[in-house]
Write a protein that binds this ligand. Structure first.
Ligand SMILES: Nc1ncnc2c1ncn2[C@@H]1O[C@H](COP(=O)(O)OP(=O)(O)O)[C@@H](O)[C@H]1O
Ligand SMILES: [Mg+2]
Length: 438
């Protein structure tokens, strides 16, 4: 039974509805991810529904933060399964507004922007505040984690939303061309220049947002020019005399540790402070496994639509996804899913369809990149706890075994798993042991 129950749980994790498993006294003993992230935490037990006929599916109502919600209760041996089809009527997508201040959520988030983890909710809350004030922003995060996506979201939620969004990848333009691309030039400014001259990319962003990706690639010479442009709010085209007004907001992005670059003399400190007025950090995917399943489902849906197919994941694929480290982050996950969906001829995608490197277990969870956020003891402790628990879950055959290894009680570990939103890790750790949440 426990093996079957574990398989059932794995399937319930794929549901966008909230699903809870209750014991005979209607105490909640397990919730799927949707239920964990969308229902009030206080829902630890359900009042015995009136007129429960037993033995078949009953319609019941349960209290949530939005008032009474209707749900279905189905018996399963000595347990009950509770389905709440629309647990969060106002937010139908896979994202979760911050529980205490939903009004602070970015208004213009497309349903394709997926996040459920606490760390991302914090980043989005901060982005919301940042969007409305006209200051420069620095977004830090590994490649493929969504820096460009977030920059666009901030723009579309800012007062400059009707202006242009100009995206410039400083690492992709040859260094010799970067200056003229950024600042533009007057006619005849240099040999090979267009006869008519050219407007620079910075200038094309006037009244809008300029996204400077891979900002660490700017030469010292261009750093000085950019700093002047920011301070003066004016630029002069190459070969030109008259400065041009430059009313832009800059969102810079990097996967490098800019503080280190400043201390090593590769980045001007004054430019760093000009860009880093508000610092947003997007944590790597491996440090927030709870976001993997909603993202995977989202991409599955997207490519089912694109290729007009109806593929689904076998639960072991999801387990492998949660265990893998995703160095290329969301971009890598998206590409892997598209590739599997194109290559596999079957409706059901199984681990056999996975590229072999995704199946290779990772030894240690890599810590997230240094954050510019003030470190606070509580955050540090949670990060450390999360890593130790994930490691122990990977190395031990059962949650009970992991708890023993960690020197804490089984109940404490279960509580911590819920608190740190690590239910995804349980899925992963139950792989191959016919796992029980015991
Ligand atoms: N939160 C998210 N939800 C859904 N897709 C995302 C999310 N963040 C990023 N992506 C997708 O992942 C890919 C990489 O994102 P991108 O913004 O280009 O990353 P970066 O700029 O950090 O390299 C893009 O296809 C983007 O649409
Ligand atoms: Mg990018």
């Amino acid at each position: 039974m426990s093996k079957t129950l574990d398989q059932i749980k794995t399937i319930f994790e794929l549901f966008s509805e909230a699903v809870l498993i209750l014991d005979g006294d209607f105490k909640v003993i397990w919730k799927n991810r949707t239920a964990s992230s969308r229902l009030p935490v206080s829902l630890n037990s359900v009042k015995a529904p009136k007129n429960l006929t037993g033995g078949k599916i009953d319609k019941v109502t349960i209290p949530t933060v939005h008032g009474e919600e209707s749900a279905c209760m189905a018996p399963l041996r000595d347990l009950f399964i509770l389905f709440i089809p629309d647990p969060f009527p106002k937010a139908k997508t896979d994202r979760t507004p911050a529980p205490n201040n939903p009004q602070k959520d970015l208004k213009n988030i497309p349903s394709a922007y997926i996040y459920t983890s606490k760390a991302m909710i914090e980043t989005i809350n901060l982005s919301t505040r940042a969007a409305s004030v006209d200051t420069n922003i620095l977004i830090t995060g590994e490649t493929g984690i969504g820096k460009t996506f977030l920059a666009k979201l901030i723009h579309t939620n800012s007062p400059r939303k009707d202006g242009p969004f100009v995206s410039i990848n400083c690492g992709a333009i040859p260094p010799t061309l970067l200056e003229s691309e950024l600042f533009g030039y007057e006619k005849g400014a240099f040999t090979g220049a267009d006869r008519t001259g050219r407007v620079g990319l910075l200038e094309t962003g006037v009244l809008g947002t300029v996204f400077l990706d891979e900002i660490a690639e700017l030469s010292i010479n261009l750093q000085v020019k950019l700093l002047n442009a920011i301070e003066e709010k004016k630029i002069t085209r190459i070969g030109g005399r008259k400065p041009v007004e430059l009313d832009i907001r800059i969102i810079a992005a990097t996967n490098k540790d800019l503080t280190k670059m400043v201390s090593e003399g590769n980045l001007r400190e004054d430019l760093f402070y000009r860009l880093n007025v508000i610092s947003l950090v997007i944590p790597p995917l491996r440090s927030r496994p709870e976001d993997i399943l909603p993202l995977a489902n989202h991409f599955l849906e997207k490519y089912n639509l694109k290729y007009n197919v109806h593929k689904t994941f076998n639960p072991d694929v999801i387990q492998a996804f949660i265990q893998y480290g995703w160095p290329g982050n969301i971009r890598e996950l998206q590409n892997a899913i598209e590739r599997m969906m194109v290559m596999s001829e079957k409706e059901k995608i199984t681990v056999q369809d996975l590229p072999p490197h995704i199946l290779a277990p990772r030894a240690v969870l890599t810590p997230p990149p240094p954050s510019n956020k003030e470190s606070n003891l509580q955050n540090e402790r949670e990060t450390l706890e999360r890593e130790l628990i994930l490691k122990s879950l990977r190395e031990n055959k059962s949650i009970r075994g992991a708890a023993r290894k960690l020197g804490i009680s089984h109940a404490t570990l279960l509580r911590k798993i819920d608190k740190l939103n690590l239910n995804g890790a349980i899925l992963a750790s139950s792989k191959g042991r016919g796992g029980k949440r015991e």
